[in-house]
Ligand binder design. Structure first.
Ligand code: ADP
Ligand code: MG
Length: 723
């Protein structure tokens, strides 16, 4: 009965521990980006020529020359050594949601046994991790497993402090020797380039004089849960799967949005300040705050940055949150649905595109010209969501996010786009020809003033939409909390590139008519007739929408990863990535393989855990309780009292039913022969998941029947409310 003892001990320890006091943190100015080798530091340390060269590389993506790299490597090393750093690491983003590191020491021993610090331009630019342990989806044979990492100069190097000392971290791309992308950074950079090329075409056609390179921007809102590690240590499911596979609903759930939410527990506040402090030193402009939705759930939102840097920073935020949590005795759960029946965690990806000459193209702007550019870019997004909705669904597909999507707390698994009433009316009018040009040369009817006076309106929100316009950007709200933002950003940039290419062709033709406004309206009219059915402003949670979306609008409802992932292999998606140069068919195929494998693996791990926990923790608790009831009953009998056996019957019946379900799950899990990966995924989604739920239902009923002091697993109300 050690299980129950550790659970109750945990409760006691946590409730009697000394409460943390709020620490004083240093002034922001003193710590901001102190651990980042950014442009400001390079400007001080580099020759003017080298500095101009690296600046140009960052702005235009041009390759870095080796002599510049030498100079930067030396400066970087000196800066790092002066800060007590002894190691450096190439950091990269394999095709999982993880971050990978390859550590090296600056110090190498010379022939005389003396230590010299060796870190030159070549080492800065290129590294060689043993890539064989990273998933490659069949791209590399193991005998050619080596891949290489190369510095991405657009993402600055930084120092990571750990208990083992400080390490200089160098953000890198990761590719195979044959040039295939093995990571999430390369396609993100390529998608940005494709978007830039297409956007340049459109803006040039629109008569814009100077058009500087366009970049996509991202600001991601990260939700997470904090649970005391003492509880987590008593829950194998939290430790190994990141979510509770069992647990009855607490008497007090999120329906009580009362005083609890008023104040952040001081322990959490200290944690948040500590995490913020670390992020500021890393030059990450993030602000943590309390999330008002679920107990124990919080949010952190960094200020938006260039997508590539934002994606790196997002990975770093997850790492810092998790590492800092450990030091404060918490476990930070990034899982999309750690607690059944309690709101899950998402990661809203705010996204826009712009440049220094035209500004943010998803901002309506103040002039008629800006309005027209905006309408074209916005139209391009509408077309993208319509044409590539299944892709958007596929890039956010995972075993964990499936619990959230469509569960009436998060956006549905149907991809539609929300524009807000004002903008929706404009696009409707364009579609219905209410804004068509008049015969006598480009002067438009009444609707014209409406377009020209279009102002951004950020108050208009629809929380039920997976993809919403929020005044000067789109917010992809269906992304899961544990996911890398790269996948969604790649999909959005690429679909935008494709749509802008389409628009450029149409626009060039339409402009032959002579009038720019008329040309834009006619292109958008055609676009809306083809793709306007993705625009939806109503309640995305409603049953009517689920029916209408599929039957009347022809949109796809893809509730599980098993439904969504196969679209990555769709001919249209393969062509999209090929034509834009973002991913070759081989690279795309490898991604499908990896994501499918991850999906299957995570469900298999969960199924094993369900079996283990039911057999070794829950069943014994029920049996112990039955034994104690039997003891009590015989004792009572001696006293001439009959104990009602109702509870014992319920417990026995549920325990038996649970074990029967466990045996069914064991049998089902043994199946190995699948005709295809798709079929295997489907089996996990339809059969394994269902059986896991069946086991859980009995176990959760037992939790409500069995003596509290005999129950081995920390309960929901303890994990959610005791801090
Ligand atoms: P919400 O109202 O959705 O909770 P927040 O203010 O918490 O909004 O977060 C919005 C996020 O969107 C922030 O990361 C913010 O920096 C980002 N953001 C703001 N403007 C843009 C933009 N033009 N492009 C991309 N991201 C943006
Ligand atoms: Mg948001």
């Amino acid at each position: 009965m050690s299980g129950n003892i550790s659970r109750l001990k945990a409760v006691e320890n946590i409730t009697t521990q000394e409460k943390a006091s709020v620490e004083k943190t240093e002034l922001l100015d003193n710590i901001w980006a102190t651990d980042v080798f950014n442009l400001a530091k390079m400007e001080k340390a580099l020759s003017k020529k080298a500095f101009e060269s690296i600046k140009k590389t960052i702005q235009t993506g041009e390759a870095l020359e080796l002599d510049t790299a030498e100079e930067i490597a030396t400066a970087m090393k000196e800066w790092a050594l002066a800060k007590g750093v002894k190691f450096f690491s190439h950091i990269f983003y394999p095709m999982t949601n993880a971050t990978a590191e390859k550590h090296d020491a600056f110090i190498v021993t010379d022939f005389d046994g003396g230590a010299i610090s060796k870190f030159d331009g070549a080492l800065l630019i290129k590294g060689e991790p043993d890539g064989s342990s990273f998933p490659n989806g069949g791209i590399r044979e193991t005998n050619a497993a080596r891949g290489y990492t190369a510095w991405d100069p657009s993402s600055p190097a930084y120092i990571m402090h750990t208990q083992n000392g400080a390490t200089l971290m160098i953000p890198c791309v990761f590719a195979s020797w044959t040039g295939e992308a093995l990571d999430k950074k390369i396609p993100l950079l390529r998608s940005n380039a494709a978007m830039n090329t297409a956007a340049q075409k459109v803006l040039n056609l629109m008569g814009e004089g100077e058009v500087s390179p366009l970049n996509s921007s991202c600001g991601a809102e990260q939700e997470y849960f904090l649970v005391d590690e003492k509880f987590a240590n008593a829950r194998p499911d939290l430790l190994l799967a990141g979510r509770t596979l069992f647990g009855a609903a607490p008497a007090k759930g999120q329906e009580f949005d009362d005083h609890y939410f008023g104040a952040i527990p001081s322990r959490v506040q200290v944690y948040m300040q500590d995490a913020e402090d670390r992020l500021y030193r890393l030059g990450i402009p993030a602000k943590t705050h309390h999330n008002e939705v679920a107990p124990g759930q919080f949010e952190i939102a960094p200020y938006f940055e260039a997508a590539n840097v934002a994606a790196d920073h997002q990975q770093l935020i997850m790492t810092v949150l998790q590492n800092t949590a450990k030091e404060h005795g918490f476990i930070c759960l990034m899982h999309e649905k750690p607690f059944a029946g309690i709101n899950g965690s998402g990661k809203h990806v705010n996204w826009s595109v712009g440049n220094s000459t035209q500004g943010n193209l998803l901002d309506p702007g103040n002039t008629p010209e800006e309005n027209l550019n905006f309408l074209l870019f916005c139209g391009a997004v509408i077309r993208g969501v319509h044409k590539y909705g299944p892709l958007l669904r596929a890039v956010i597909a995972s075993a964990s996010n499936d619990h959230r999507l469509g569960a009436n707390e998060a956006p549905p698994a149907i991809l539609s786009v929300y524009l807000g009433s004002q903008l929706e009316t404009i696009f409707d009018d364009i579609k219905e020809g209410k804004l068509s040009p008049t015969d006598d040369g480009g002067i438009m009817d009444l609707g014209l003033s409406q377009i020209m006076n279009f102002k951004r309106d950020s108050g208009d929100r629809n929380r039920t939409s997976p993809f919403a316009f929020t005044g000067n950007r789109f917010e992809f709200r269906a992304v899961g909390s544990s996911q890398s933002v790269s996948g969604p950003l790649i999909a959005m940039n690429t679909m935008l590139a494709d749509s802008l290419e389409w628009i450029a062709v149409k626009l060039e033709e339409a402009l032959k008519g002579g009038d720019k406004t008329a040309a834009v309206i006619s292109v958008l009219k055609e676009l809306m007739l083809l793709h306007g059915s993705a625009v939806f402003g109503g309640d995305g949670y409603s049953a009517e929408w689920h029916e209408m979306a599929v039957k009347e609008r022809g949109l796809k409802n893809l509730p599980t990863t098993a439904d969504a992932l196969p679209y990555i292999q769709d001919a249209e998606i393969i062509e999209l990535f090929k034509s834009t140069g973002v991913l070759t068919p081989i690279e795309l195929e490898s991604r499908y393989e990896i994501y499918a494998e991850q999906y299957i693996m995570s469900i298999e791990v969960e199924a094993k855990l369900v079996i283990d926990m039911a057999k070794t923790l829950i069943y014994p608790a029920a049996v112990n309780y039955l034994a104690s009831l039997a003891d009590a009953a015989s004792g009572m009998k001696e006293m001439g009292i009959d104990l009602d056996s109702g509870t014992a019957k319920i417990v026995a019946a549920r325990a038996n039913a649970m074990m029967a379900a466990v045996n069914e799950l064991i049998e089902a899990s043994a199946k190995e022969d699948f005709a295809s990966t798709n079929e295997h995924m489907k089996y996990c989604a339809d059969v394994i998941r269902g059986l896991m739920d069946k086991v859980r239902e009995h176990a959760d009923t037992l939790e409500c029947e069995v003596d509290d002091t005999l129950w081995p697993l920390p309960k929901y109300q303890e994990m959610l409310f005791i801090k």
